[in-house]
Structures are given as structure tokens and as C-alpha cells.
Ligand binder design. Sequence first.
Ligand SMILES: [Zn+2]
Ligand SMILES: [Zn+2]
Length: 299
Amino acid sequence: MRKMQTDKIATEQENSVNWPTAAFLILFHVASVAALFFWSWPAVITAAVLFGVGSMGIGMGWHRLLTHRGYKVPKVVEYFLVFCGALALEGGPIQWATTHRIHHAHTDEKGDPHTPRDGRWWSHVGWILVPPAELLDQTRLERYAPDLISQRFYRLLNRFYYVPLIMLAVGLLAFGGWRVMLWGTFLRVTLGLHATWLVNSATHMWGKRRFSTRDDSRNNWWVALLTFGEGWHNNHHAHPTSARHGLKWYEIDFNWWGIRLLQFMGLARRIKRVRFNRASTAWQLVTGRVKSRRSYEGA
Ligand SMILES: [Zn+2]
Ligand SMILES: [Zn+2]
């Protein structure tokens, strides 16, 4: 009898709405609508700049660097990119990477936390409001993200992921006023959340498929523009560790340009990227290595 009760409670917990998250999302959406009535140029420019910072932090940092290890940077650069990503308020980096690694392991099949096959609104935001039980399972984190759990910085940020944004909001309020704070925090975060969520929903429903992957992933140009390159999602599912997602010149991928800039500055190395091999007429993953120094006779 007691076991039956425990099972029932467990089932109720599995399907229960995460009310604190729901309340915050409602608050952010209401504040975003209010922001539209109180705009100013400094507020708009601040929001645009911070949208870019958060976007690149998520794309370059949380996604391509932390989750897929598509390239390497010095620790201080890694932490900086991850800190920028934290300003997008997408939860903790360990939780984020775990969820995304589970998505890649079970894409569009049983076990995928956010496939549109379970409903398009489910894949967009439903899975956040009613988190599947496996996402709350601590052992999953240990199984999917041991590389991050072993680092104190990530354990701390995973727990206090909202602190950087609060610090930013206080700073914006102090130096820019409440309009700048409203746009730079609430509206900018809300737009950023929807942009990221579109990668989970839209790019598994609408767009073109270059590679015949076993999932429904698609390359979607407008999601790519909104997310600085994350919308080339079929390319990404075909070659998840590639730091480059936009493979043709017209597939705009700002996050890749950012990684190239880091490489140019001597900060990014061992960059994995997909290249078209003319000889085999196939796209291949190439792991870049630091070129050994040339030595000349007599020098
Ligand atoms: Zn996907
Ligand atoms: Zn991915």
C-alpha cells in the first residue's frame, strides 16, 4: 500500500508544472510587453548589444564549446564565454549541457526531452514548464556531464545561474535607468529565450535537409539569423562536434565567425570543422591541430 502511494506521488511529481519557472516566464513576458511602451534609444541599443552577448555566449560557449567540445580555448576565455551565456538566463550550464546531450543521444525518438513529435508547443516551451522526470534525475547529470560536474566553477554557476543577470540588472538600473534595465534585462532575455527555443521547435519542423540524418533536423535560415548560426541544425545533427554549423558561404554563422576571430587572436585551437572533400565528394570532419613550426636549414 505504501509502495503504491509512493509510486503515485512519483507520477504526480513527474507530470507536475514547475510553478516557479512558470511564474518567472509570465513575469518576463508581461514586463517585455510593458517595455514596448517605455522605449528609448539607449534602451534599444543596450538590449541589442546584450542580445548579441547572450546569444554568442550560448552558441559559442554553452553549445559548441561546453556541450560538444568543438574547439579549445584557455580556461579564462572559456569561463568568460560561459559567463556571457549565463546572462541569457537559460538555467545552469551543467543542466543545459546534460539536456542537450540527451537530445543528441535520442533525437526525435523516445527519451528526447523536446521533440516536436510530442507537440510543437511542447518542444518550444512545454518541456520547460512540465519538465520530464529524467531531466530532474541527478544521476543523469553525473552520467551525461561528468566533465562539467568535476569543475567547481560549473557546479557553482549551475546552482547560482541567475546571479550574473541580477548583477547586470542592478548595474543597468544604476547607470542607465529603469527603461534601459527593462529592455536590457526583461525584453532582451525573453527574445533570447524564444530564439533558443526555436532551435528545439522550428528547426526540427521547418527548413531544408542537406544530410539524411535519422532525425527531423532541418537547416532554417531565419532561426540561424535569430540565433547567430544555431539554425543550421541539420548540418549540426549530422556533425555535432563541428564548431562550424553554416557550411556554405551563404549560411551565415556569426558564432563560427566569433570562433574564427578567437583563432585569429591565438586563443582558439584544435577546432573541429566540417569540410567538403572533393576527392571523396563527401563532407568530412577535420580536427585542426596547431601547425608544427617550420624549420629551415641554416637558420
Ligand atoms: Zn536538435
Ligand atoms: Zn548540439
